[in-house]
Design a protein around this ligand. Structure first.
Ligand SMILES: NC(=O)c1ccc[n+]([C@@H]2O[C@H](COP(=O)([O-])OP(=O)(O)OC[C@H]3O[C@@H](n4cnc5c(N)ncnc54)[C@H](OP(=O)(O)O)[C@@H]3O)[C@@H](O)[C@H]2O)c1
Length: 243
């Protein structure tokens, strides 16, 4: 193991997405970033872009719902250096009405939104506990706080993830590990919305979507907080969001 500190971000897609923005920011701060997502091309493209910009990054194709993939990812990270920060960012704003929903759909949304967070959170604390330090951050959404008619599966998975984060914070905070949960309350200004639903992005107007750089700043802020002044939960929205 080298002395270079490492970071893992699980749930990385396009460069202009939250996972992508977090990887780039952590690399700029000098960490070796393990870029983990389920699509090999996407993680490799982002890792290569970080390296071209002078940072250190390794793309690792990882399906976060598979235990062995998660174990391999953490083993790989610790070969590069001690783990400083782990972000669980995988998620999908999966919609659907309960009366139409297949059981397998509900289960898959929960596997990505919650169960993957358990696997990643468990491996993070297993590696960090012996050193008594490290940061673990989970990405939430509006659905973490309330269910709506079409978020039966998504909101229950995100609420479960939030509870996991709370339990972990209470269990491992006193042992030196900072566990935080970020509620992203609104659409993110990334490819998913800007490319995927441009009419929505346009309707939201200037600064109507949550800024990627602003989110990356917030996650970094959580990481560098001194332990006598830790935040467990942040909620982030644009100035024009009503809540
Ligand atoms: N986008 C928004 O407007 C919004 C709003 C509020 C909260 N959030 C939350 O923010 C987080 C990131 O959202 P984002 O939209 O910006 O996406 P992103 O960070 O650009 O990418 C997240 C990536 O997670 C990956 N993923 C999905 N299932 C996975 C699995 N089983 N194993 C590993 N990776 C997996 C997806 O990869 P593939 O691309 O390969 O499918 C996806 O691209 C999510 O937790 C989401 O719930 C998003």
């Amino acid at each position: 193991m080298s002395d270079t500190k490492t970071a893992i971000v699980v749930g990385v897609g396009p460069e202009a997405g939250l996972g992508g923005a977090l990887c780039k920011r952590l690399a700029r701060e000098g960490l070796h970033v393990l870029v983990a997502g389920r699509t090999p091309d996407k993680v490799e493209t982002l890792a290569a872009a970080i390296r071209t910009a002078g940072g250190r990054a390794t793309g690792v194709a990882t399906d976060t719902t598979r235990e062995q993939d998660v174990l391999d990812l953490f083993d790989r990270a610790e070969k590069e250096g001690p783990l400083e920060i782990v972000v669980y960012n995988a998620g999908n704003a999966a919609m659907g009405e309960l009366h139409d929903m297949e059981a397998s759909y509900f289960e898959q949304v929960w596997r990505v939104g919650c169960f993957g967070g358990f696997l990643v959170g468990r491996e993070a604390v297993r590696r960090m506990l012996p050193r008594g330090r490290g940061t673990v951050i989970f990405t939430g959404a509006t659905a973490s706080m309330r269910g709506k008619p079409t978020t039966t599966a998504f909101a229950s998975a995100k609420a479960g993830l939030r509870s996991l984060a709370q339990s972990m914070a209470r269990a491992y905070g006193p042992r030196g590990i900072h566990v935080a949960h970020v509620v992203v309350d609104g659409g993110i200004a990334g490819d998913k919305i800007i490319q995927g639903i441009p009419q929505f992005a346009q309707a939201m107007g200037e600064d109507g979507l949550v800024s990627l750089d602003g989110l990356a700043d917030a996650y970094w802020y959580l990481h560098i907080q001194q332990r006598a002044a830790w935040t467990h939960e942040l909620d982030i929205r644009t100035f024009k969001e009503s809540f």
